[in-house]
Design a protein around this ligand. Structure first.
Ligand code: 0O2
Length: 221
């Protein structure tokens, strides 16, 4: 009867959302392990911070409607690949590629898609590395392969993107022309800052190596 159908539907929905929650927990554990390992064995940690979020059922349904997909769990599972999302912020551009490689090397992670908006920034200036990965989640009744979106960016890229995101919604997706120009200039400045910080960081590493070779590790830095 209808009541039974509703109970089954609710259970299916619950199981569906839980798989994404578990996938996020798995990815968070991986990031946590990398962070801790770097803390113990290396001089510095490429991960400044990581934040994860689950898309709310309302936002999922809005996106399904906007994109014209079927309103079935199968279609949502296949087409909406950012229900589980993680954003990793790091200091330097090289860290982004290093983190990407470290994740790609893990046996249970499959990289399905990689969008490099650092090599090819969006027309508005947006920069970031976007990965869609798939990770197995083992439930009592079987294995689910779950999509997770991982965004990796520098602090400067993140600073720009958060402001742009706020402005985008403040102006209801119609940013005034002058502000678009200013944002685009700010994106160029942020990219310059990233390159500058990277070169200073490399310079510092060189000095560190040199000082180690001379058997005097602490003196220069
Ligand atoms: P929110 O509120 O952050 O979740 P799709 O995901 O399929 O709709 P697309 O273009 O294929 O769209 O995905 P893409 O390019 O990988 O971008 C997805 C996410 O990246 C966005 O999620 C944003 O978080 C971020 N992003 C992409 N472009 C921009 C941009 O120009 N400015 C800012 N600030 N963020 C951007 P959502 O779901 O759109 O938003």
């Amino acid at each position: 009867d209808t009541n039974q159908m509703l109970i089954t539907l609710k259970k299916e929905m619950m199981r569906f959302m839980l798989t994404y929650k578990f996938a996020l927990e798995e990815i968070n554990t991986k990031i946590d392990i990398l962070t801790q390992e770097f803390q113990y064995f290396h001089d510095y940690n490429p991960i400044e911070h990581a934040k994860s979020r689950l898309k709310s059922p309302e936002s999922i349904l809005k996106k399904v409607e906007r994109k014209g997909y079927d309103f079935t769990l199968n279609s949502i599972q296949e087409n909406i690949r950012d229900i589980a999302g993680v954003r990793i912020t790091c200091s330097f551009i090289t860290d982004i590629y290093e983190i990407k490689n470290m994740l790609a090397k893990q046996k249970d992670i499959t990289i399905i898609e990689c969008k490099d908006y650092i090599k090819d920034p969006k027309p508005n200036g947006y920069q970031s590395m976007h990965l869609i990965v798939q990770i197995p989640v083992f439930m009592s009744d079987g294995e689910e392969k779950v999509f997770v979106e991982i965004q990796i960016r520098t602090i400067a890229m993140d600073f720009w993107a958060s402001l742009e995101h706020k402005i985008y919604y403040k102006y209801d997706k119609e940013i005034p022309e002058q502000m678009k120009i200013e944002l685009s200039e700010a994106a160029v400045t942020a990219a310059q800052l990233d390159r500058k910080m990277e070169s200073i960081h490399l310079e510092m590493n060189k000095l560190k190596e040199l000082s180690k070779e001379e058997g005097n590790p602490e003196e220069l830095l």
